[in-house]
Design a protein around this ligand. Structure first.
Ligand code: GDP
Length: 370
């Protein structure tokens, strides 16, 4: 083989035909002095963390392990990315164990959101996803909101058993556990680590007051999260840090919104009410650009990486192409979700909409969260 067509990262033979295949690089990459495959490029420049299959495999072992234990399972989700941070299939593995669902990062939602309503929404969504949690809590691990109450409820519901805390990466599991540690041990340094049976992964055990432990399992990487397609700087920008200020857009049929250059939303038609308002819940720092749909393709080609950013210029080559998905809003108060990025609430039924997300990221429709 021609050594110029070997990836300097992993040594794989570089190919330019199949973007899904091993060793893929865009043909422009072959003109550079050193060649790096797309996977290594992502590893180097983006926030993509670990070997894909290994992680999934180990996680499966953990899930299998859960069913064999007699324990309380606490699943944490990020309320800003509810569906993207859900652990699909958990319900098939929990066996007879009880599950508590904790929605973290509630500090990001507008203060006007009623927590009881949101908890009911979470219960309903859980049922649709096949899980029937014993209890649902809303917390902010960052702010320490509702931690005491949740810890007390966990202690009661566990009924003398071990507690396993599970969740996808970035949901705030570590922050939550750190808060719990303070509640149960009073800052004490009594955390132990051990191997999770059947895996090479370290787990952290926090002794509870009756010989039982609270066990922190490793976070699973959810490959559909937007986080894997942007670099660290951009991840900071798209991750809201404080209360989201919803932005309302009055759109006419045939208008389009761009969320940076990361997603696009077309308002195709609205039936009996052609002019409609769309409430956008995204990071306050993410620039939303409005344009006519007929100009949108060209605008994107021209301005992705500058006016429509993130992604930034230097990352456009490896940024996945948009995939479009059409939605018909059938019910009042519906969200169109751009997984990990935010959502748009549509108040009235009857609209035809198109969502564009980078290939690999999920777009979906759901009953409105707020
Ligand atoms: P882990 O990967 O699940 O262990 O998550 P971490 O605890 O490391 O947190 C992931 C990110 O979410 C970090 O940037 C945290 O600062 C942030 N985070 C964690 N808890 C909260 C929260 O309650 N509110 C907000 N706004 N951010 C949080």
């Amino acid at each position: 083989t021609d050594q110029h067509h070997i990836c300097i990262g992993c040594g794989v033979k570089v190919q330019t035909e199949n973007p899904e295949g091993l060793g893929y690089a865009p043909s422009s990459a072959l003109e550079k002095e050193t060649i790096i495959c797309q996977r290594c490029f992502r590893l180097k420049h983006y926030n993509e963390v670990q070997d894909v299959s290994l992680t999934d495999d180990d996680f499966l072992k953990i899930l299998n392990g859960l069913g064999k234990t007699d324990a309380l399972i606490v699943m944490i989700v990020d309320i800003f990315d509810f569906n993207g941070s859900w652990l699909p299939g958990l319900h098939r593995f929990v066996g007879h164990n009880k599950v508590i669902l904790v929605g973290n990062k509630v500090d990001l939602l507008p203060k006007s959101v009623k927590h009881n309503k949101l908890i009911n929404w979470m219960k309903q969504q859980s049922r649709e996803l096949g899980l029937r949690p014993e209890e649902v809590f809303l917390v902010s691990a960052a702010k320490g909101w509702n931690i005491k109450e949740t810890a007390a409820a966990i202690d009661e519901i566990r009924d003398g058993k071990d507690v396993y805390v599970v969740g996808c990466t970035n949901v705030g599991k570590s922050s939550f556990i750190n808060r719990i540690i303070k509640e149960v041990t009073g800052e004490g340094d009594i955390i132990t680590t051990s191997h999770f049976p059947g895996t090479t992964l370290d787990i952290i055990k926090i002794p509870l007051d009756d010989e039982k432990s609270l066990i922190d399992t490793p976070g699973i990487i959810n490959h559909h999260q937007m986080a894997h397609f942007v670099d660290k700087k951009d991840l900071k920008l798209i991750t809201p840090k404080k209360e989201i200020k919803p932005k309302v857009f009055q759109l006419n049929e045939g208008q389009t919104l761009f969320f940076g250059g990361l997603a696009r939303f077309d308002y195709v038609n609205g039936g009996s009410s052609p002019r409609r308002s769309f409430v956008c819940y995204f990071s306050n720092e993410l620039h939303i650009h409005r344009t006519k749909t007929e100009n949108a393709d060209e605008l994107y080609k021209k301005h992705v990486g500058d006016m429509l950013t993130p992604p930034r210029k230097e990352h456009i080559d490896s940024f996945p192409e948009f995939v479009k998905q059409e939605f018909i809003v059938k019910e009042a108060k519906t969200d169109i979700v751009f997984s990990g990025l935010g959502w748009i609430t549509v108040n009235e039924p009857g609209a035809k909409l198109i969502a564009y997300v980078p290939k690999g990221v999920q777009a979906m429709i759901r009953k409105s969260l707020i």
